[in-house]
Structure formats: C-alpha cells, structure tokens
Design a protein around this ligand. Structure first.
Ligand code: INI
Length: 160
C-alpha cells in the first residue's frame, strides 16, 4: 500500500520563530496577532517562540537565514505587507522577499513560511489581515507547524 506522509498540527514542543517587517506596521501587526493566535491554539508553548522585527520585507530573508542557521527553530514564519502603490519599488521588495525566503528554506532545510501580503492597495491588505478574506499570518503559522511536523517525520523514516 502507498505510504502517505502528513504533518499533523500538534504544536507542543515545537520551537517557532516569527520575523515581522515594520513597514506598513498597522497591517503587519494584525498578521503577527493572527500568527500568535494560531501558535497558541495549536499548543505551541509561549516560551518556545520568538519574534524578531526588521525594517521592511526586503530584510526578511537575511534575518530568516541567521535564525535558521542557529538550529534553534523548527520553523520560521516571515510576515510583512507589500502594497503596490505607484512605484516599481513594490516589485523589487516583493521579489526579494519571496525569492529570498524560498532560498533560505532550501539552503538551510528549515521551513520558512511566506506570510507576506502582496496587494494592489490598502483595502486588499486589510481584507487579508483579519478582514473578510481571513488572516494570512494565521495561515502561515499553521503551515509552519504542519511543515515542522512533516519534516520531523521524514527525517525519522527508516529509523524504526
Ligand atoms: N517594505 C515593505 O515591507 N512593504 C512595502 O510596501 C515597501 N515599499 O513599498 O516600499 C517596503 N519598503 C522598504 C523595504 O522593505 C526596505 O526596508 C528598504 O528598502 C530598506 O532596505
């Protein structure tokens, strides 16, 4: 029979870090609250969590890399808010955040969740930060637990 692997959502014993970008802080704070709520609801101990702040989403990858390399965290949740507005800055910030976060996960083997809102305008951001479209921070934190558990299971394959 085909073996199926799934990460469960038991957060007990997991060490999870949140890295949050202060730019568009009013929105990102809602994402942080959502993420912290998700961790608490899934049994992650407060003492096993950490939150680090960076200036903007552009800086999320380097902070994630340094934290991942400490070996102290089973999963990292990156949170930020990038709103298109009227400049091309958006593409560079969003591109560096998404590409960089993905690379950190691959290079370190630590799951790094992409909880960065990328929207056309403030209304869309509000909707996705606890408004009518849910809370991306909550979802990213649940994903962090699932990925940590899945990778634990994978690393134990063949050990028993
Ligand atoms: N940072 C964000 O997190 N969101 C944005 O929308 C944004 N815009 O639009 O400029 C932004 N810029 C700052 C950037 O992340 C860096 O902090 C800055 O460029 C210094 O490196």
């Amino acid at each position: 029979m085909t073996r199926e692997l799934k990460g469960d959502l038991q957060g007990q014993g997991l060490r999870i870090a949140i890295i949050a970008a202060r730019f568009n802080e009013l929105i990102t704070l809602r994402l942080v609250e959502g993420a912290q709520d998700a961790l608490a609801r899934h049994g992650v101990n407060n003492e096993d969590t950490l939150i680090a702040w960076v200036p903007g989403s552009f800086e999320l990858p380097v902070a994630a890399k340094v934290l991942a390399e400490t070996g102290q965290y089973d999963s990292i949740v990156c949170l930020g808010t990038v709103i298109r507005g009227e400049t091309t800055h958006y593409d560079m910030v969003a591109g560096n955040a998404s590409g960089g976060i993905g690379r950190v996960a691959l290079e370190t083997g630590v799951p790094v969740m992409f909880g960065v809102l990328t929207t056309e305008n403030m209304d869309q951001a509000i909707n996705r930060a606890g408004g009518k479209s849910g809370n991306l921070g909550y979802n990213a934190a649940v994903g962090a637990i699932e990925m940590a558990r899945l990778l634990q299971t994978m690393k134990n394959l063949g050990k028993s």
